[in-house]
Design a protein around this ligand. Structure first.
Ligand SMILES: Cc1cc2nc3c(=O)[nH]c(=O)nc-3n(C[C@H](O)[C@H](O)[C@H](O)COP(=O)(O)OP(=O)(O)OC[C@H]3O[C@@H](n4cnc5c(N)ncnc54)[C@H](O)[C@@H]3O)c2cc1C
Length: 301
């Protein structure tokens, strides 16, 4: 992660400031505030601000006047009930704002999550840093044979080294051309045009703000094993911040969303038969081969 000394001292200055407030704060998240948590080779996430805590979810659900005097176990029970029954609006009462540094190809997946507020670094106004993502050798995998959207076996050392060298060469070459086109004493091309040939592994940055309900939706999709590794590692880092921020909601989310599976009506029919000791085969079950395999996988069979 390439933070300049100026950026590091800005973060330290922000962390050194203290404010008094009547609003609820969460000590564990305060501890993380502004700090850059490294992700990939040059990326990070930082929590910039937040509003609300587990009690705010409970307060909103009860539409109460104060924070109440109920026990933590009662609050936890209510939060788990809300999560279990898809009663989502109380979770929208909490908000969080991140500063994220991420490769452009990851940003393209991330931006599809429309229920957030985003402000990205302007490459029309500013010059892009020379930071580009190069995967770890363990991530250099071949195209999966059975999943068109996935990776298969890790490439052998020599092949992986060739790919790494292609990635580096291309990024270096296009960044060199970018600088040449920008050169005020040479071509002097506008920044908004010169950026167009930068490689998709170039890092961009944005501020990304969302509420807890939509953050959980994002995390359910992107912390999932089906998500591409390069976005999943961001989601995993964010999960740690959510755990610190709203531990009760996080626990309910892990239980009822992240670690949960959905069975279709037909799958339930099959399950009932299996539990009754009947032999059920894929053929005749009403499930496709893929659904059948997914169901057995979910059941650990
Ligand atoms: C593993 C994986 C593979 C993917 N593959 C592809 C792919 O190949 N191609 C591709 O294009 N995308 C792909 N996506 C992106 C995916 O289709 C969604 O666009 C993305 O996950 C954002 O989800 P979302 O729309 O639910 O989230 P958000 O945009 O945050 O929306 C949250 C919810 O709000 C509602 N909502 C928001 N905006 C609208 C609207 N305008 N109209 C109606 N309802 C709205 C919907 O209920 C939505 O679920 C993939 C995502 C994943 C996780």
């Amino acid at each position: 992660m390439a933070l300049t000394p100026e950026q590091t001292s800005e973060i330290e200055a922000a962390r050194a400031k203290h404010a008094t407030t009547r609003r609820a704060t969460v000590p564990a998240l305060e501890e993380m505030l502004f700090t850059a948590i490294p992700v990939l080779d040059h990326g990070f996430i930082r929590v910039i601000d937040y509003m609300g805590d587990d009690a705010a979810v409970v307060q909103a659900a009860r539409v109460s006047y104060g924070r109440g005097t109920r026990k933590t176990s009662e609050d936890e029970g209510l939060i788990r009930y809300l999560m279990r029954h898809w009663h989502s609006t109380p979770f929208e009462m909490c908000e969080i704002k991140y500063h994220v540094k991420l490769p452009i190809f990851v940003a393209r997946q991330w931006i599809r999550h429309r229920t957030a507020n985003v402000n990205e670094y302007s490459a029309r106004y500013s010059i892009m840093d020379k930071d580009y993502y190069v995967p770890e050798p363990a991530q250099m995998a071949a195209q999966s044979a059975d999943n068109r959207q996935g990776r298969g076996a890790v490439l052998d050392g020599e092949t992986a080294a060739r790919v790494l060298s292609l990635l580096r060469e291309d990024a270096e070459q296009t960044y060199g051309h970018y600088e040449e086109m920008l050169d005020e004493n040479g071509i002097g091309l506008a920044r908004e045009l010169a950026r167009m040939n930068l490689t998709l592994n170039t890092y961009t940055q944005w501020y990304w703000k969302t509420d807890l309900h939509n953050l959980f939706h994002f995390l359910r999709l992107r912390a999932d094993a089906h998500a591409q590794y390069e976005i999943r590692v961001y989601a995993e880092a964010m999960l740690e911040t959510v755990k610190a921020w709203v531990p009760l909601s996080y626990g309910a989310f892990c239980d009822y969303r992240l670690g949960a599976v959905t069975f279709s009506a037909k799958m339930m029919e099959v399950l009932r038969k299996m539990l009754a000791g009947e032999t059920v085969e894929q053929a005749g079950s009403g499930l496709s081969k893929r659904e059948w395999a997914e169901m057995l996988d979910a059941l650990g069979r």
